[in-house]
Design a protein. Structure first.
Length: 162
């Protein structure tokens, strides 16, 4: 009976000593999971925001982060690999018809990528929204286009902190 009490006392001491260390390790794991999800959501949000501007710096930068942030998510990496392979295979030597077919496939492949990412992150978007849901501003009067472009360039060169 005395041995059992001594063992129980030692187990209590060990538990008291190890519990802060265990709590720290659990907190680190939870923080890493939270950071990973936040990183994935940030990439997804940037791609969604810029899907009508596929040549923008932000869009390309977010696409290039997919390999790292989504490396364990096979559906996303598979969709990204398909989309990236398509983007890197522009038929320069082909005729205008083949080039148009290539261009026409881009929105569909981007939508598949965004769909895989959105499912992983818990969003439920229709494919139509992913393909055609972006707002693309158009100058209401052709004469205003240079003014709008100039203002955008001014903002890009001298960004506001607001």
């Amino acid at each position: 009976m005395h041995n059992e009490a001594a063992v129980f006392d030692w187990l209590n001491v060990i538990a008291i000593l190890l519990s802060p260390l265990i709590a720290l390790q659990v907190q680190k794991i939870l923080d890493n999971l939270s950071n990973n999800k936040r990183r994935k959501e940030e990439i997804f949000n940037i791609i969604m925001e810029t899907r009508a501007q596929p040549l923008s710096f932000e869009h390309v930068r977010a696409l290039n982060k997919i390999d790292i942030a989504f490396c364990k998510d096979k559906d996303v990496t598979r969709s990204w690999n398909t989309y990236r392979d398509h983007l890197n295979s522009y038929p320069k030597e082909a005729g205008e018809a083949e080039q148009k077919i290539w261009v026409d496939k881009i929105p569909e492949k981007l939508a598949r990528l965004l769909s895989a990412m959105s499912k992983l992150l818990g969003y439920d978007f229709e494919e139509t929204l992913l393909i055609k849901g972006a707002y693309i501003p158009v100058a209401p009067i052709p004469e205003l286009a240079p003014v709008i472009i100039t203002n955008d360039l001014f903002i890009m060169i001298f960004p506001c902190d607001n």
